[in-house]
Design a protein around this ligand. Structure first.
Ligand SMILES: [Zn+2]
Length: 478
């Protein structure tokens, strides 16, 4: 039995859950909330799936991690390229890396950004944002998933996502059912200190349908998943989401604005726009797997290939629109002028400086969503669900206060989990231990937190190789 189970619902927000509870439609959520401390959890800036999950389990900011998007942006001398983020892009230690060094065991199931998998104490299984091949550690697990857990069916039917609508929704249900089955059978079969299980809904569904009924159905399904998860015995159950979702339609086409100010130039605007519409389908429906199956190279929402690198002093890049868009400045002599122009723009609310090697120079914040994709004008309209900063947090278990409200930040999760597990917290994390979630008289509240020098937890290439050798050596694989 795991001591802690962390269940992630990607994109979940109380803004949708609470009104449904008020109608008695989510009994599992309702029961759990009555027994727990809960509140909203602020996501990363920008609220993007991969950086948000990695920040949650490392306690590090996108700036510290160098991760701002699904994609890594590589600014070359002649061109700008993008590729999907992978596990080696993460420069910090994740929760399960820290636990592995203390031979504590984790189940890590379906957390974006963990592909390709690498040795940890326990099991690491990637599904979303992976080709669904060689996506497990230990590697032999894949055979078990294939034989007992419908991995082949999911892999072979990935093209259903491209069809959208009901076919896509059916596939999403099948995949989430598989995640539940794996979580339940692994938690029963193995001893873990922590099990981290993520479901891709409601984020997946929000990219397929604007229909309120579909979103409600999705939440009924989530409630059902939660009811099953609660059958797994554990000391603590924690619910989280990487960000929330909300409906909107106004888009600020930032690169069009930069172009009109003379800082940005692209090849063919029409071509790029057309491209973008097709590519978002690809992105939303499993980037690597789908593109691999189709035999095409990965194309993302905003293709960088038509940007005229040498004629552009700056460009903004974001795979999907959110309120924050990373801004890359390629000509530093124009930096001040670019920032001034952006500050004068009525759609720009704030410009946040970023200090990150090979990363963006700033994050532009708007009151509406910012699309990197060029538009006909500075403002465009596209009704859809967007990622929102407000995710969910809930904790239930031994000595946790019941019916207590707490608002927190995504950076609080890693220090809180480490403290709960009695493990030293790396210095330099921005988050805090959510101690007010526990009864004042409880041992966990009274216990003095332990901190370790950040260097003890740094995960550089050398550290990673050492971890792998140690774990594989112990298993007799070397
Ligand atoms: Zn997400």
């Amino acid at each position: 039995m795991p001591k802690i189970i962390v269940v992630g619902f990607d994109g979940a927000t109380w803004d949708i859950i609470n009104p449904l509870i008020a109608h008695g439609a989510l009994p599992a959520f309702e029961t759990l909330m009555n027994e727990s401390t809960w509140g909203s959890m602020e996501s990363t800036m920008p609220p993007m799936t991969i950086p948000a999950w990695i920040s949650m389990f490392s306690g590090l900011t996108p700036e510290q991690l160098g991760l701002f998007d699904f994609n890594k942006v590589i600014v070359g001398k002649k061109a700008v390229e993008t590729r999907l983020v992978n596990s080696s892009d993460c420069s910090g230690s994740l929760l399960w890396d820290i636990l592995s060094r203390r031979t504590m065991k984790s189940l890590v199931l379906n957390i974006p950004g963990t592909y390709p998998p690498y040795p940890i104490e326990g099991h690491l299984i990637g599904l979303d944002f992976t080709p669904l091949e060689r996506c497990t550690y230990p590697f032999e697990l894949e055979q078990l998933l294939t034989e007992k857990h419908n991995l082949v069916l999911i892999r072979e039917n990935q093209h259903q996502f491209l069809k959208g609508g009901k076919a896509a929704l059916d596939m999403i249900r099948k995949e989430e059912t598989m995640v539940l089955d794996v979580a339940m059978s692994f938690c029963r079969a193995y001893e873990y200190d922590i099990a981290v299980v993520r479901f891709g809904i409601p984020d997946h569904v929000s990219h397929h349908s604007l229909d309120e009924n579909v979103m409600r159905e999705c939440h009924f399904f989530m409630d059902n998943l939660l009811q099953h998860i609660r059958e797994i015995p554990c000391e603590y159950l924690i619910l989280v989401s990487d960000h929330g979702i909300k409906k909107g339609e106004k888009l600020f086409h930032i690169n069009t604005y930069l172009e009109d100010m003379g800082f940005f130039s692209m090849g063919t605007r029409e071509r790029l726009r057309e491209f973008g519409d097709k590519a978002i389908i690809t992105l939303g429906k499993r980037v690597v797997g789908e593109t691999k199956r189709l035999g095409t190279e990965h194309r993302d929402f905003t293709s960088m290939e038509t940007i005229q690198r040498k004629k552009s002093a700056a460009f903004a890049y974001s795979a999907i629109p959110t309120q924050f868009c990373p801004l890359y400045i390629t000509d530093n002599s124009a930096r001040e002028a670019i920032v001034q122009r952006l500050k004068q723009c009525e759609y720009v609310k704030n410009i946040h400086d970023v200090k990150c090697q090979d990363g963006p120079a700033a994050l532009v914040e708007s009151s509406c969503q910012i699309a990197a994709r060029p538009g006909k004008a500075h403002i465009g309209y596209q009704p859809r669900w967007y990622h929102d900063m407000k995710g969910i947090f809930l904790i239930q278990g031994k000595d946790v206060r019941k019916g207590h409200h707490i608002d927190c930040s995504i950076y609080d999760i890693a220090p809180t989990l480490l403290h709960m597990l009695g493990v030293a917290i790396p210095d330099g994390l921005t988050g805090r231990i959510l101690e007010e979630a526990f009864e004042e008289s409880s041992e966990i509240r009274k216990r003095i937190p332990q901190y370790a020098k950040a260097s003890a937890h740094e995960r550089n290439e050398e550290e990673r190789v050492k971890d792998s050798i140690r774990i594989l050596g112990k298993l007799g694989r070397l």
